[in-house]
Every structure is written in C-alpha cells, then in structure tokens.
Design a protein around this ligand. Structure first.
Ligand code: GLP
Length: 264
C-alpha cells in the first residue's frame, strides 16, 4: 500500500486527477476494452471532479471509452432529488464531460426489488471485466462507500443500514436534520472494492485523522473497513497534511521514504 501525502485539499485534488488521467490515457481504451472506473460522492472528490473536467476541457483527457460505477446511493431518493447521488454525479461531473450516459452506472435506490438491483450491479461490473481503478473517499469512522464499521470485509453490493454517526455527518446535506437522512442505502461491498485492480482512497482534513491512524497503524479490522486496504496488492491512500495528524513520526517517515525511492 502507498500513502501519498500532499500539503492540502487542492494538492490532493490535482494529484488524484493527474493520476487518474495518466491511468486512463495509458490504458488506450476502446469500445471493446473500455476503462472501468469506480467513483464516489461526498465533499472529498469535488476538487478532483473539477480538475478532471479541466483536463477534459483542455483536450487532455476523454471519457468516451470510460465506463463508470458509482459506489452507493440512498434508498428511497429518486434521481432528481437534490440529495441523491445520481443528481450529485450529473451536476458535479458527468454533464461536464464527454461520457456516454449508457456508460454511467449508479445503483437505483428506488428499485422495487433492492436485492435484485444489488445482484444485477455485481453482474454488470463482472460483465464489464471488473473495475480497473476505484476512486473512493472515507468516513470519519473509517467507512468506505457505505460499508459502516462492522461490515463484513468480504461483503458484496447490498442494502446497508446507516449508523447514527453517518446520518449525523451527512445531515449537512439534509438541512442539518439527521432524521431526514435515509436510514438505509445501497452500497458496493468491501469485497467488491477489493476486487478492483487498483484502489485510490482520498482523505482530507483533521476529521479523518483518527480513522486514518486506525486504518494504517492498526491491524485489519471490520470495525475500520478502510483497513482492508492493507491486504490489497495495489492500493493508494492519498491524503493531506491535516489528515496525518494522528500518525506516528516513524510511520510518516517510512511512507515518505518509499515515495522518495519510487518503491511502494
Ligand atoms: C459518505 C459516502 C462515502 C464518502 C463519505 C465521506 O458516507 N457514502 O462514500 O466517502 O461520505 O464523505 P466526505 O468526502 O464528504 O467526507
């Protein structure tokens, strides 16, 4: 696992966008062999989406042969709801780039049969050849996608009940009323994310520092789903200085040296 530390949120966003662009461009995708990209919502990826839009506008990147799978969606919000992740993705990213709308996949939290929706999502990912690169954020408690602490580390796409903490943190998008945050969501599983050929998780701000410490400096645990990255052959945690506030000096030195040596 690599830990890449940048000065601040903007530097994290620029680094991630440049990395994603490099991976897509090097892949030389075609319609028979598209680049399959996993994507998150939240405040963390907003700067990355802006930077990727900038690269597209400058003619340095195209999404015409890119297929996307989003991580999660609330149950019970339709696509037009301002808080839905469908709306978030189209407003902040997809409508500004050259992606084919048939290549965008987002879980449908309004599906009649939610279990079938989740099973179908896993099948679609598999039929597209699996995910090449999964970009993700992390919760203050170490959750990834909506895999809350306690999630099985082998979980697949499913319905998940949100913790009180997550509903509290996400209530900022629901008029600061945790009661208005849906109690359940559809989410890819930890196992689904771990099956990706590469994972890039971003963490910005002091509020992520505690979970980052647990994920990196403690053992693999279902109580901190992000810690599963320790077992992935090609994973990067990309964070800013504030998010490293709880890491040991020796840990920082170790990962900085690895980056300096070009070894991971
Ligand atoms: C939500 C999403 C996660 C995201 C997390 C952190 O719970 N389901 O995918 O990583 O929030 O969001 P933020 O980047 O806003 O801190």
């Amino acid at each position: 696992m690599r830990l890449v530390i940048q000065n601040d949120y903007d530097a994290v966003s620029q680094w991630a966008a440049a990395y994603i662009a490099k991976r897509i461009n090097a892949f030389c995708a075609t319609s028979d062999k598209p680049f399959v990209l996993g994507l998150p919502t939240g405040s963390s990826p907003l700067g990355i989406y802006k930077a990727l839009i900038g690269l597209y506008t400058a003619g340095k990147l195209s999404f015409s042969q890119v297929l996307t799978f989003n991580m999660d969606e609330y149950v019970g919000l339709d696509e037009t709801s301002p808080q839905s992740y469908h709306r978030f993705m189209w407003d902040n990213f997809f409508q500004h780039i050259d992606i084919d709308k048939n290549n965008v996949h987002i879980l449908n939290g309004m599906a009649q049969d939610l279990t079938a929706e989740c099973t179908g999502y896993e099948q679609r990912i598999a039929s597209c050849g699996g995910i090449e690169l999964f970009l993700g954020g992390m919760g203050e408690d170490g959750h990834i996608a909506f895999n809350e602490p306690g999630s099985s580390l082998r979980s697949r796409t499913r319905v998940k009940t949100l913790t009180r903490d997550t509903r509290l943190v996400n209530s900022r998008f629901f008029g600061n009323d945790p009661g208005k945050v849906p109690a359940t969501a559809l989410t890819v599983g930890v196992g689904t994310i771990m099956d990706s050929r590469e994972i890039l998780i971003i963490a910005s701000g002091r509020n992520k520092a505690r979970a980052l410490h647990t994920a990196i400096e403690e053992g693999v645990s279902h109580l901190c789903p992000l810690s599963c990255l320790q077992m992935h052959p090609k994973a990067i945690i990309l964070c800013d200085d504030d998010a490293t506030s709880e890491l040991k000096v020796s840990t920082m030195r170790y990962f900085k040296e690895l980056e300096g040596n070009g070894i991971s």
